[in-house]
Design a protein around this ligand. Structure first.
Ligand SMILES: Nc1ncnc2c1ncn2[C@@H]1O[C@H](COP(=O)(O)OP(=O)(O)OP(=O)(O)O)[C@@H](O)[C@H]1O
Ligand SMILES: [Mg+2]
Length: 358
């Protein structure tokens, strides 16, 4: 197989239209030849969340331009590209279909291999764009739709240790921002305004903190924020105190649950070198990074965080996952369909809904 594989990546699973051209280099990391992301923040701002139909329409309007720009920025032509990777799930079907279909078309007319990438595998492998990473590692995936601890044994080989039983962490941040009227997108604003508040002012619940292993829950915390936010009457100082107390509670939950996950990782892998990789949009949160780095010092493990531009949705991570899968001959046929739900560990129990036993 050719040494330096180059891939075009396409990402349209939610509210970012993105394309990137990535080449593997001799260090085993990636040369980012281009990385174009068009965010739809303005389209969704007035609704305080992503509206699927609007998102799909914006992808359709932007995708041709974004792909053309990524090729132009990369300064290489399509002929020099070894394959096309497009996100095939999980996400909003109406959105995924836009990027996946255009990926299929480009692959078909240029006679190149197609990889339908699991968006979560994109996040999981994203730190490898900049760091030479050895398997296995413990992944804490914290994003807008997912919150999971996984053992990453290899490309395409994942074991879920824990997951949220209700809201995703990004969702909890976004809803907290909405309740406190801190603006959209929520996560970065909660982080920003929490720096202005007293983190010990409110005592908020830490759901399932002492049970269910490293599974997580944020619904009760969200309800408590809602209850307190109703008493605040727009008082700025109290809003910041509540944001700070929310951030502090999240840190306490992640500290405790990561401790449990690290122990489980050690037991299951017997790995001598323990590495924690934190990925997904919420991994951009500096307070969470500091908190987990403190735990790393205490428990003597290594933490790796992707650069901020690779935390939120981007196509560089999709192209990178494409390259990694291509090298293992994990290509797809042109009839691959988009999937709204697509767990990385297909044997993981479904942890939502009535009747759930913890
Ligand atoms: N600094 C931050 N602090 C907390 N949350 C943040 C920060 N920056 C971004 N986020 C959150 O990250 C989430 C977006 O992450 P990402 O783009 O990975 O999610 P997604 O792609 O919508 O979901 P998924 O990857 O699970 O399909 C949003 O909920 C956003 O509020
Ligand atoms: Mg994402």
């Amino acid at each position: 197989m050719k040494e330096k594989i180059t891939f075009l990546g396409i990402e349209t699973s939610c509210d970012e239209t993105a394309a990137a051209v990535i080449r593997e280099n001799e260090k085993g990391t990636a040369d980012i030849l281009s990385n174009v992301v068009s965010s739809q923040v303005n389209e969704h701002k007035e609704f305080g969340g992503v509206v699927p139909e609007l998102a799909a329409r914006a992808h359709i309007e932007n995708i041709d331009f974004i792909i053309k720009k990524s090729l132009k920025d990369s300064k290489i032509t399509l002929e020099k590209i070894d394959g096309i990777a497009a996100t095939a799930g999980p996400g909003l079907i109406v959105c995924l279909t836009v990027g996946l279909n255009i990926g299929k078309s480009i692959a078909a007319f240029s006679n190149k291999p197609l990889i339908g990438v699991n968006h979560l595998e994109g996040h999981a492998l994203s730190p490898g764009l900049e760091n030479k990473i050895e398997f296995p590692y413990l992944l804490l995936l914290i994003s807008g739709g997912h919150t999971q601890y996984l053992i990453v044994r290899d490309v395409n080989n994942y074991e879920q240790l824990g997951t949220t039983i209700d809201d995703a962490l990004g969702e909890a941040f976004d809803k907290t921002a909405k309740m406190l009227d801190l603006g959209y997108p929520g996560g970065p604003n909660v982080e920003k305004f929490s720096k202005l508040g007293n983190k010990n002012y409110y005592k908020l619940p830490e759901p399932i903190i002492n049970k269910a292993g490293c599974n997580l829950s944020f619904a009760g915390l969200k309800t408590a924020v809602l209850r307190e936010s109703k008493k605040i009457n727009g008082n700025k100082k109290l809003r910041y105190n509540l944001a700070a107390s929310f951030q502090n509670t999240i840190n306490k939950i992640l500290y405790k649950k990561t401790k449990i996950a690290i122990k489980a990782f050690k037991e299951k892998t017997q790995a001598k070198k323990v590495q924690l990789i934190v990925a997904g949009g919420v991994a951009a949160n500096n307070s969470i990074r500091e908190n987990l780095s403190n735990l790393a010092e205490e428990m003597n493990f290594k933490t790796i965080y992707p650069d901020l531009k690779f935390c939120g949705d981007n196509a560089a991570m999709i192209a990178w996952a494409g390259i990694k899968r291509f090298k293992k001959n994990l290509t797809n046929n042109i009839d691959i369909s988009a999937r709204s739900r697509w767990p990385l560990d297909k044997n993981a129990p479904y942890m939502k809904g009535p009747g759930l036993k913890l």
